[in-house]
Every structure is written in structure tokens, then in C-alpha cells.
Design a protein around this ligand. Sequence first.
Ligand SMILES: [Zn+2]
Length: 142
Amino acid sequence: MEHWDGGLMMTHDDLISEAEKVLKPVTKGSRMHADVGAAVLSEKGKLHVGVCVDTWGWGICAERSALAAMITSGEYAFQKVVAVCRDEKTGKLHVLPPCGICREFMRAIDPKNLEAKIILGPGREEALKDLIPHHEWPQPLN
Ligand SMILES: [Zn+2]
């Protein structure tokens, strides 16, 4: 899975599998943590993972958790990202599209991420820019 320049080459299935590995649902009081896992492949081909944290006052999605790990390592741009959760009743794994806050976060940390791929299923991806159309700073009215 290693690329010539040391970066990883990862397919949708690889990234989905890495996101699945970090799923570890824990209930604390009425809140559940780590029931969504995310994996992001940075621009340089480094893998970062994260889970959601759900608290009363403030929580964070798995995608932003993984992106924060990427930023901690010094990168802001990424190639692709995926988030997954497992349905407790059926046991089936699902790919989740990022929420609006995560989409905007991805754009805000580096405008290059508008070209990054958001994995929406094993054979399905969309560029971030197609998930947040009309993202340009508005022109003055007059
Ligand atoms: Zn989100």
C-alpha cells in the first residue's frame, strides 16, 4: 500500500476498513461516543483516524476528529475521507456523508480540499466542492 514517495495508496475499501477499526461505541450517561469512525488520507498519503465524541455542551464528529489528528501532524490538505457507523440492530456497516459543519470545516482548513474526495460508498465518491456548491465568497451587491 506504500507509494513511491512514502505516502500510502488507499482504495475506498482500505479507508472504509481503517475507519471501521476505530469504532468502539461507549455509552456514558445518555451519550454515546465512538460509534462513528472516520479515516482521512492526507495530501502526502498519511492515514489519520478519529471517532465522534458526543457531549451535552459540545461534541465533535469523527471526520473533524480525524482531521484534527492530521492537523496535529502538520498537514491541512487531504486526498479523501470516509466516515462509517455500524447499525446496532442489523450489525451492518454504513458509510455516512459528512454533516454541513464538517464540509465547511474541510473547506476552511485548506481551500485545496474543495477537490478532495468524499467517499460515499465502496464505489462512490464526490468532490467536496460538489457537496458544498455556492461556497465562493459573495461579490458586492453594488
Ligand atoms: Zn460532521
